[in-house]
Design a protein around this ligand. Structure first.
Ligand SMILES: O=P(O)(O)OC[C@H]1O[C@H](O[C@H]2O[C@H](CO)[C@@H](O)[C@H](O)[C@H]2O)[C@H](O)[C@@H](O)[C@@H]1O
Length: 250
C-alpha cells in the first residue's frame, strides 16, 4: 500500500522460535465498527490465537484499551495473557489493577456530558469513554471537557482514541505493559513484536522497535513502526500463515 508516512513494507513471517507477540484488539484483530458493541469477531479468531500461542510457547498476549471483561468475552476461546484498559488491568499476570479514587463520580460526570451532547458514553471497568463518531463536530469540545475532568480527578488522564476520548488510570500505558511482560516468562529473552492501529498503540510500537523487535502499524497514519499492514484482515492472514494455516475466510 502507498502511505505518506513511510513504513511501506509488510512484516516478515513471524519467527515462532524467537518472537514474543503482542496484539492490539480493536482495529488490529477486528475491524473498527460504528459503536464499541458493534464489532464483528471472526469465529476462528480465538482458535488461531490459541494455535499461534502454542507455537510461540505461550509468548502471545493481547494488549488493549478495552475493559478486561469485554476482551475475555470477545475472545472467550483464548486463555492466554491479556492486558486491558490501556495497561491498567490484566489477566494471567498476577498484577493488581490500577483503580484510582473517584471512578464512580468520574463516570457519572462523563455520562451526564454524553447525555447532554448526544454522544455515546462507554462505561469501562477502570475509566470511561466518550465517542463522538455520531457528532464529529464536537471533538474539540469533548476533548476540552475530558481535559478539565482529568484536572478534577487526578487519578485519571486523557487518552485519545479513534473518534473517542477516554479517561484512563493515570500511569497506565501499553508500552509500560510491554516492559513488564517482557521481564517475565515466557516473554523474557524473546524479540518483542507489537501490532496495533491507533495513537493508543504508538508508544508500544516504538517500544518494540527500541527493544530489539519491531512494530506493525495497521492501516494509514504516521507511525514509529517499521512495518505496515493495511487492515485487520491482513493481520489475521499474517497470523494464520505463522501457524501454517490456509487463507483466512472469516
Ligand atoms: O486498544 P484497542 O483494542 O484498539 O482499543 C481501543 C478502544 O477501542 C474501542 O473503541 C474503538 O473501536 C470501536 C469499535 O470498533 C469504535 O466504535 C471506536 O470509535 C474506537 O475508538 C473501545 O470502545 C475502547 O474502549 C478502546 O479503548
Amino acid at each position: 500500500m502507498s502511505d505518506p508516512f513511510g513504513a511501506e513494507e509488510a512484516p516478515p513471517a513471524l519467527d515462532t522460535a524467537q518472537d514474543a507477540l503482542f496484539l492490539d484488539f480493536d482495529g488490529c484483530l477486528v475491524e473498527i465498527a460504528p459503536r464499541p458493541d458493534a464489532i464483528i469477531v471472526p469465529e476462528r479468531l480465538s482458535a488461531v490465537l490459541c494455535a499461534l500461542a502454542e507455537r510461540l510457547d505461550g509468548a502471545l498476549a493481547i494488549v488493549s484499551g478495552r475493559s478486561l471483561p469485554e476482551l475475555e468475552t470477545y475472545l472467550s476461546g483464548f486463555d492466554g495473557p491479556m492486558v486491558g484498559s490501556h495497561g491498567a488491568e490484566s489477566r494471567g499476570l498476577e498484577e493488581p489493577p490500577l483503580r484510582p479514587e473517584g471512578l464512580a463520580a468520574l463516570q457519572a460526570e462523563l455520562a451526564g456530558f454524553a447525555a447532554d451532547k448526544g454522544l455515546l458514553y462507554e462505561p469501562k471497568s477502570l475509566g470511561a469513554g466518550l465517542h463522538y463518531r455520531a457528532r464529529p463536530e464536537l471533538q474539540a469540545e469533548t476533548e476540552a471537557f475530558a481535559t478539565r475532568a482529568a484536572r478534577r480527578f487526578p487519578g485519571f488522564e486523557v487518552q485519545l482514541a479513534k473518534m473517542a476520548v477516554e479517561l484512563r488510570p493515570r500511569g497506565a500505558s501499553k508500552d509500560g505493559a510491554l516492559a513488564r511482560l517482557t521481564r517475565r516468562a515466557p516473554f523474557a529473552g524473546r524479540r518483542p513484536v507489537y501490532a496495533g492501529d491507533d495513537v493508543t498503540d504508538e508508544p508500544a510500537l516504538a517500544w518494540a522497535e527500541a527493544h530489539g523487535g519491531y512494530g506493525v502499524k495497521v492501516g494509514a497514519g504516521a507511525t514509529a513502526a517499521r512495518f505496515r499492514l493495511a487492515d485487520p484482515a491482513e493481520i489475521r492472514a499474517w497470523l494464520t500463515t505463522a501457524i501454517g494455516g490456509d487463507a483466512w475466510d472469516g
